[in-house]
Design a protein around this ligand. Structure first.
Ligand code: HEM
Length: 433
């Protein structure tokens, strides 16, 4: 006899394993949507989705990043069809793409410059989040997912740069992989394991190629989580005030979509101008010299977007501590939602924190400049000052300012914020809409 046989029907809980139905659509779309709810998700999360009506052009960079990512993958796919990941053939295969493959030059220049523009967009996206306090409750997880994406972007850009197998590819790969040797005891072993050999060579290039692809797709996966989280918590906005009713919001489509489109077009215009007129401006000429293990370039410099972190690495005299400082300079961003505990989100109402954020952005550019210079004399001093401010911003200024700053008077709602702005009671950047 079954163990359930003496129970009555009412004692069993109903289950709903079959969820067919519930679509607002009819016809073929309704039929599909009843079984795979993509159309109602699109309606709910895009057509009807409400966003604060104060969003300025800085909020277009999330969409711009998505476009960059999509085109990086498309151009990467085309490059991958002609590229050869071997130490003997890699350099020549890239030259073949440039000269012999139909529109190969365009595809390669697009991919190369998109990588740079991806970083331009991500830095603006991060600075926006810092200025308007987008990392604060309830968006901490979005912020943490963003930092994870940023680490993966760094990894994939570094790996991609090794692939053309020019002098900077080779020596950059050697310097950066050698950083692991700073780890006590197991460091040297890790480096040999990473290389799959006793120096950077064929085995390393092959795995760099595989990982470059893999991490690009990992980024896509985490961006999906990033956007799902965004749709749970909703967008922050320049006022830092949560929307209360429809006076505070507009629907994402067509209002934000059309505004984002303008931002995207301007971004694409600048990108195309650089790609067409100065495609190698953001790169290093030495990477057009085939990799030569016997000749070290005079200055090994990373791509421009890594320079601030390279400056932090070199500001510390000890190799291991330098590596730790470099990695923590990014990881520490993850603690910001807890180090900055001010109840006010947007810097528009935080007169002191606003200055700290401006200085932080200036510090980023100072470190970028220092990273491109030789690590000696005044550059070393500037690098150290920049590094101290970088860490002080998080560890000292964020909690201290949260404790002692007196925020400016704040409106009750986004609608009132716009009213105050119109009356000139609030000073913000006007060019950003
Ligand atoms: C591939 C890279 C990325 C993509 C495609 C992406 C995409 C997006 C999109 C579409 C939005 C909504 C629109 C907007 O607010 O701009 C957004 C918001 C946000 N992102 Fe990203 N993101 C990326 C990287 C990052 C990084 C590296 C960080 C931080 C370290 C970050 C932090 C945030 C935060 C905090 C928000 C909420 C902003 C707000 O509501 O004010 N994202 N992201």
């Amino acid at each position: 006899m079954s163990e359930y046989s003496d129970k009555k029907n009412e004692e069993f809980s109903p289950v709903h394993t079959n969820k067919v139905g519930g679509s607002p659509y009819t016809g073929v779309i309704g039929w599909i949507d009843n079984r795979l709810p993509i159309f109602r998700i699109f309606k709910h999360e895009y057509l009807d989705f409400q966003v604060p009506k104060t969003l300025n052009y800085f909020w277009s960079f999330g969409g711009i990043l998505m476009i960059c990512l999509i085109f990086l993958i498309i151009t990467g796919l085309a490059l991958g069809m002609h590229y050869k990941p071997s130490a003997d053939e890699a350099f020549d295969s890239v030259e073949k793409i440039m000269r012999d493959v139909n529109f190969g030059w365009l595809i390669r220049y697009a991919h190369m410059n998109l990588a740079s523009f991806f970083f331009i967009a991500v830095y603006l996206h991060i600075f926006r989040s810092l200025y308007y306090g987008s990392y604060k409750e309830p968006r901490q997880l979005m912020w943490l997912l963003g930092i994870t994406i940023f680490f993966l972007m760094i990894a994939t850009a570094f790996l991609g740069y090794t692939l053309p197998w020019g002098q900077m590819s080779y020596w950059g790969a050697t310097v950066i992989t050698n950083l692991f040797s700073a780890i006590p005891i197991v460091g040297e072993g890790i480096v040999t394991w990473l290389w799959g050999d006793y120096s950077v060579g064929d085995a390393a290039l092959n795995r760099f190629y595989v990982l470059h692809w893999l991490i690009a797709f990992l980024i896509v996966g985490i961006v999906v989580f990033h956007v799902i989280a965004l749709h749970i918590v909703g967008s922050n906005n320049p006022s830092g005030i949560e929307p209360k009713d429809t006076r505070d919001t507009v629907s994402f489509s067509p209002f934000t979509t059309s505004k984002d489109l303008v931002g995207m077009l301007v971004f694409i215009l600048i990108f195309v101008a650089v790609m067409m007129f100065a495609p190698n401006y953001l790169g290093h000429p030495d990477n057009y010299i085939p990799a030569n293990p016997m000749v070290t370039p005079a200055h090994i410099v990373p791509e421009w977007y890594f320079l601030p972190f390279y400056a932090i690495l070199r500001a510390i005299p000890d190799k291991l501590m330098g590596v730790i400082a470099m990695v923590s300079s990014i990881a520490i961003l993850g603690l910001l939602p807890w180090l900055d505990f001010s109840k006010v989100r947007s810097s528009v109402f935080r007169p002191i924190w606003k200055q700290c954020v401006f200085l932080f952005v200036l510090d980023f550019f100072l470190l970028m400049y220092v990273g491109a210079m030789p690590a000696e004399g005044i550059y070393l001093v500037l690098g150290r000052i920049g590094t101290i401010y970088w860490f002080a911003f998080f560890i000292i200024l964020a909690p201290l300012v949260s404790m002692y700053e007196k925020p400016l008077p704040m409106p009750q709602s986004i609608n009132e914020y716009m009213d105050w702005k119109k009356k000139g009671k609030i000073k913000t950047f006007n060019f950003t809409g």
